[in-house]
Design a protein around this ligand. Structure first.
Ligand code: SF4
Ligand code: SF4
Length: 340
């Protein structure tokens, strides 16, 4: 597999990376075996987070013996120095390593969160301290919010950005990725298969291969999934007119209720957890149904608070019919939850 330069980190990562969420529902040994299979097939870039259940532990167990041959990225949702220091220690332990190649601030969703990270006692302080003693090599961030992400890039403090990017979510091409390139940041595409909603891997990766400086990190939970994607990298093909027409058809079809998790609609005065509810369909597609139900229960119950005030409608840049969609998702959730 080809390697590409991950921006100013100067890390050489495989052109296809590994996303650590879909190994969560697998048994421990099965998860370890999949991670190891991906390594054996040429992937050297593994992304995870300590909030992904035992994903870090599975990756650590699979790659401990080949640590010097892989590039490991993980993340924290903490915004304060103390909590972040504890998370760094936990990730090092889980991943069976004494350094993290890339440590990312997970889902910086607002300018306020960026301020918290950069405050004197903020998360960045702990990361700088860990860098000074060699426990962290590079700093990055992830986000779903384009406006905030642009401002995070413009601080010049981060070496990588991780953002959703696929043929349904192509908005970051307009400005965000250009800004990231100006700052020589590595660009990591999360959700290259639309968070499990895009069924054709061929279409997804043909689309992404138009952008060879962007590293997709699909979640892989079976050998067959990896083999299918690898075949697309061994014999890359450009998009045909038939492919382009199909992409347009899917965009039109899914665009009506495809949530980009940007959180512009929040806060809701009734404390409906709108974006967490909106993504239930995607979670159910990627995770085992009982796991998706357990993770979404609180958010789905918040739908009952909705008063149809419609304030969120005006805030959603994608014109999604939020009150209607969250109720559909609640019904969908109830149906799946009733099986357990
Ligand atoms: S319509 Fe419902 S979800 Fe939207 S802001 Fe009002 S209460 Fe919240
Ligand atoms: S509902 Fe709209 S505004 Fe809210 S997170 Fe989804 S795409 Fe963003």
């Amino acid at each position: 597999m080809k390697s590409i330069r991950l921006g100013k980190t100067e890390l050489q990562v495989s052109e296809l990376g590994f996303g650590g969420i879909p190994i969560i529902p697998l048994g421990f040994e099965e998860g370890v075996a999949i991670v190891r299979y991906c390594f054996d097939k040429g992937i050297n870039f593994f992304d995870t987070a300590n909030m992904y259940a035992d994903s870090e532990k599975k990756i650590g167990a699979a790659l401990g013996s080949v640590r010097d041959k892989v590039i490991i990225a993980t993340k924290t949702l903490k915004r304060d120095a103390e909590g972040t220091a504890a998370h760094i220690a936990r990730s090092l332990d889980n991943l069976q390593t004494d350094y993290l190649d890339l440590f990312q601030f997970h889902n910086i969703a607002t300018d306020e969160e960026l301020k918290q990270v950069l405050a004197p006692d903020g998360a960045m302080k702990a990361v700088r301290e860990a860098m000074a003693v060699g426990k962290i090599k590079h700093i990055g961030f992830s986000s779903h919010n384009i406006d905030t992400a642009v401002r995070v890039c413009q601080t010049g403090l981060f070496s990588t950005i991780q953002f959703p990017f696929n043929f349904i979510e192509k908005e970051p091409l307009d400005e965000l990725f250009q800004v990231a390139r100006e700052f020589d940041m590595g660009i990591i595409a999360m959700k290259p298969l639309g968070g499990g909603l895009l069924e054709s891997a061929a279409l997804c990766f043909k689309y992404l291969q138009q952008y060879p400086d962007i590293v997709p990190i699909p979640g892989i939970s079976t050998r067959e999934e990896l083999d299918e994607i690898l075949a697309l990298y061994e014999s890359p093909q450009s998009l045909s007119q038939v492919d382009k027409d199909e992409i347009e058809r899917i965009r039109t079809d899914l665009g009506k209720d495809f949530c980009h998790r940007c959180r512009y609609c929040l806060p809701c005065e009734q404390e409906v957890q709108i974006s967490d509810v909106m993504i239930f369909r995607s979670m159910a597609a990627r995770l085992a149904p009982n796991v998706a139900v357990a993770l979404s229960k609180g958010a789905m119950e918040s739908v009952d608070n909705c008063t149809d005030c419609e304030e969120c409608l005006a805030k959603c840049p994608y014109n999604l019919a939020i009150p209607e969609i969250i109720r559909e998702q609640r019904k969908n959730f109830d149906q799946i939850a009733s099986q357990f």
